[in-house]
Design a protein around this ligand. Structure first.
Ligand SMILES: NC(=O)c1ccc[n+]([C@@H]2O[C@H](COP(=O)([O-])OP(=O)(O)OC[C@H]3O[C@@H](n4cnc5c(N)ncnc54)[C@H](O)[C@@H]3O)[C@@H](O)[C@H]2O)c1
Ligand SMILES: [Zn+2]
Length: 402
């Protein structure tokens, strides 16, 4: 694992002494913007008893002080990265009434999900004396969310945290469900804790600045949701993918909400992944093999998941569980999202088998996979004909990605 470059404190403290009031915002002409945002806004609840929390999805959430009202009177710390900070940090500081010294800006990238950076974050929380009733705000993609969430989970035996996800992947997946953690040299996400946030604010306006590759990678997790448990979502994506790619606010809010609802339902059933939560790993066993083969560098996680979905669908079809035409629909949609449906050049079936055997979903010596019975209906099983898997691997590996 690479070493961690030093973090930087947020620059020039340009925070106004207090956050503008709702009335001030309305007077300043923001009211029509707010009305438009309210028209598409979505809200849902992750139901986990005492650990339940709300999830808000709408454009402009990070600029509206009303969304931070629940945190008023508590000491807050923002953790973000160098790509996100210049775009959104000031908005959050202003809306939440936080001083610039109370933000930590880390370098961006998966390598930051490390023990070393975690220590940096904990040192900073201690140095800036966040009290036990303080709140950590994670502003960024899944890397910042997982890292800041884990820091919040263990700082003084646990403080509250809020997710402010700014990538599509984080808005539909990583910010919901309370999995937090860092990577280890021996593998991804090997050190961590379950720690649910107090609230998630998914501001869909932030997706406007997301690089297209990151947007496509997030779409893979969206398609996954449709395939594993929401056939109408899959149909909507087939009809309206172009609107998603154009970041139409109403389409985005509805699609993100559907994904979050599905994940919230599964997490409510199985918070600690002893059963149905594993369904969320559809396509991931294939994807992890691709990520490991390419050294976690060339392929983004979501890109590997897109291919993994096609492979899982193809295998389900070869087993006779899913109509071949539905597997083809999956491939078509993944391709339309701008994702590869071919493995990396040089990767052979034996590489897949070897790397998939390392996946944590191997139980009792047999490989367990999430497979499909229909679009919108998935199952976890080790009970499949290995010859069908061989056939899928041979077919996919015959056509490498360019
Ligand atoms: N906790 C969970 O349940 C869960 C689920 C899925 C994935 N994950 C984790 O999430 C991580 C991946 O998350 P990710 O895909 O969001 O990656 P990321 O956090 O690295 O973000 C991707 C890139 O986009 C930049 N960025 C973020 N928001 C931006 C914006 N609005 N505009 C411009 N640039 C922006 C980031 O700086 C980064 O360079 C992985 O570590 C994965 O293990 C966790
Ligand atoms: Zn994933």
């Amino acid at each position: 694992m690479k070493s961690t470059p030093p973090p930087t404190q947020a620059e020039t403290p340009t925070v106004p002494p207090s956050a503008p009031s709702k009335r001030a915002l309305t007077k300043s002409g923001a009211s029509s913007r707010r009305l438009r945002a309210e028209a598409v806004a979505r809200e849902l609840q992750v139901r986990l008893g005492a650990r339940s929390y709300p999830l808000h999805i709408a454009p402009g959430l990070l600029s509206d002080p009303a969304n931070f009202a629940a945190l008023r009177g508590r000491l807050l710390r923002v953790i973000t990265d160098q790509n996100v900070a210049p775009l959104y940090l000031q908005k959050v500081l202003t809306a939440a009434g936080i001083a610039a010294e109370e933000a930590l800006v880390l370098p961006a990238g998966e390598t930051q999900k490390s023990w070393t950076t975690l220590e940096t974050v904990l040192d900073w929380l201690l140095k800036t004396r966040l009290p036990r009733d303080g709140v950590v705000l994670a502003l960024g993609g899944g890397v910042v969310g997982d890292l800041a969430g884990f820091a919040a989970a263990i700082y003084q035996r646990g403080v509250d945290f809020v997710q402010l996800p700014t990538t599509l992947l984080a808005q539909v997946d990583s910010s919901v469900g309370g999995k937090t953690g860092v990577n280890h040299a021996q593998g991804k996400n090997l050190i961590g804790a379950f720690h649910q946030p107090q609230m998630v604010l998914a501001d869909t306006d932030t997706l406007k600045t997301l690089p297209p590759r990151e947007l496509a990678a997030g779409l893979a997790e969206v398609i996954k949701c449709g395939l594993l448990g929401d056939a109408p979502l899959f149909g909507k994506l087939e009809r309206e993918l172009d609107r998603m790619l154009a970041l139409d606010p109403a389409t985005l809010a509805e699609v993100i909400e559907r994904c979050c609802r599905l994940k919230a339902r599964i997490v409510a059933e199985d918070e600690r992944e002893s059963g149905p939560r594993a369904l969320l790993n559809l396509g991931h066993t294939f994807a992890h093999a691709v990520e490991t083969y390419t050294g976690y560098e060339r392929w983004l996680h979501g890109e590997a998941v897109g291919l993994g979905l096609c492979m899982a669908a193809d295998l389900s079809a070869k087993l006779g569980w899913l109509p071949q035409a539905d597997a083809a629909r999956c491939t078509t949609l993944v391709e339309r999202a701008g994702l590869s449906v071919h493995p990396p050049a040089g990767m052979q079936p034996a590489d897949f088998l070897r790397l998939m055997a390392h996946d944590k979903k191997v139980a009792g010596g047999r490989l367990r996979l999430v497979l499909l019975r229909a679009i919108g209906e998935s199952l976890v099983t080790a009970d499949f004909d290995p010859a069908a898997l061989d056939a899928t691997l041979a077919q996919f590996c015959a056509h490498a990605a360019s």
